[in-house]
Design a binder for this molecule. Sequence first.
Ligand code: IVH
Length: 650
Amino acid sequence: MTKEEYKNSVELLNKYAHYYYVLDDPLTTDEVYDKLYHEVLAFEEEDPSSVLAMSPTQRVGGTPLDKFVKAEHPSRMWSLEDIFNAEELKKWLEKTGKLVENISFYCEPKFDGASLNLIYEDGQLSQAITRGDGVVGEDVTQNAKTIQSVPLRIDHLGKIEIRGEVVIFKDDFEKINIERAKEGEAIFANPRNAAAGSLRQLDSKITAKRNLVFLPYGIGENSLDEHLLHKRMALVYSWGFREPPRRKTTAGFDAIEAVYEQMKVERDSYAMMLDGMVIKVDQIEAQQEMGYTVKVPRWAVAYKFPAVEKITTIKEIILQVGRSGAVTPVAVVEPTPIEGVVVERASLHNFDEINRKDIRIGDKVIILRSGDVIPKIIKVLTHERDGSQHVYVRPTECPVCASELLDEGALTKCQNLTCSARVVNAMIYFASKPCLNIDGLGDKIVKTLYTEGLIENVIDLFSLELDRLLELEGFKEKKSQKLLDSIAGAKGCDCWRFINSLGIEHIGEVGSKSLCEHFGMRFSAATKEELLAIDGFGEEMANSLLEFVRVNSENIQTLNAILQPVEPALKEEAAQNPFKAKVVVLTGSMSESRGNIKTMLEALGAKVSGSVSKKTDYVIYGEDAGSKYDKAVALSVETITEEQMREMLL
Ligand code: IVH
């Protein structure tokens, strides 16, 4: 490689990375990227004096630091005033309009992460400083360089500060916590803490693994000619920074309120966490005229989304027994409205979590509700304790059947197979959507049928009689007949639904589908060797199935005779095509629902999986593809667009 070729290769690698990390629109495969990266690395090792600062190899490396060095921001990093409702917005707009007339406003998300100041000198990233107190922060340059959406070089002469928020995408956050829980490390309370913690790692190799994303929101010291903020930001994006999922320059209360409402609705579908919308005066001169209070600019405001964190009190801790016998503690809290829902319970995960967080009955706690998941306790307000709180005593007996509980580390289990909670939950699962999908047979009805003595197990469902149902309160003829019809309708179900409905530990929808594909209804006779030969089947799954079959073979036979499941057309029967027998993952939004595309691919003999691993053959991506795409690239899994997929099938 000549020096010239080296320079071109570095530029090409940067272009690939930009399309991948910033535009979410990859130009090539991982294989091509990796090959070129290694060629560049080899050249640099031969000739260290020629290494270009913008080379992607310069992102990683560097020895871990002992501590961070303090650094002063060239110009101050401000904070924002918060407003919480339409009335406050109206007041703020009136106040602002009085200061300067005829202004418009630039609206963009308020990202929930850690703020970072990037300093570029003559195009080179020279320093990255955390916000700190706004005047002095910490130098985290080495860590910032590992963030792929931070350009090492920009097309701009002179000195400029680019300010933005470092975030972790929501699904990466979940993954980090799962990983940390497995390793026995404390889990991060929210993506903001995870982002801040990752940015402040002394070892930049750890930062590099966290998939941090930099989202620019402003400019500090600069020598730009542009007089409008939205044009300045467009310039920033053109230098290779990532754009926000939505931004709008507009004027007037109604228009701004409309953008806010839209963002509030859309935010669950964004990859990153938002905690509001920031409204900024678009005209830079007007901004300068308005100036700052001691703390915040007068020309900008953060219009917060309704709080998802609230303080409440733990009234008691109750126990739930799942279908596998796992006993999980749940906190019953003082009813608290959050985002239009009255929260009465918060999940506690497991008993170790209660100890680790030192959660006591009577404690004041901060609960967090995000999306529609059950809220979790993120902090115990220990300083609010007044002596009336008491420590929760871990149970030794099943709260439902009083059998002795078995402590399996992270899990505590009721061993009694006939424990009514286990039996009822297993039946609820049997009828649920990913299993036999029996319409009208939900939690409540299953419980009633069980407590009234009509059913003891799932087999009894198929001999229910209309007369007996009609004796129950609230069971009218029409409803009862409908229920019997939908139970009867489960006959002839897909083989995989049959397997899934058995509720075998460690074997979910994907596992059931593989079993069905490989063995059909012969799955219960499969040997351990045969099971382990299936892609994605590990020791745990194989043992669990074998043990289940050993204990339940009679029930499986009876259910089989009743349901007469339909075996799939075996894989071999799909005509030859590029996706046959391939493991594919779908991500991002596509031209039709992913469910439809999944069905189509399955019909072609592909296995559609929910997560990316080394065994994945293709990741097919649509718009706004997120971390699954990133993971594919990291694992060198081939990525193709929906369009390419369709072309391959022509
Ligand atoms: S502008 C002079 N814009 O929120 C204006 N800040 O509460 C200063 N933040 O420290 C900030 N998204 O870390 C601005 N679109 C956005 C933002 C944003 C997130 C953070 C930032 C700032 C804090 C202020």
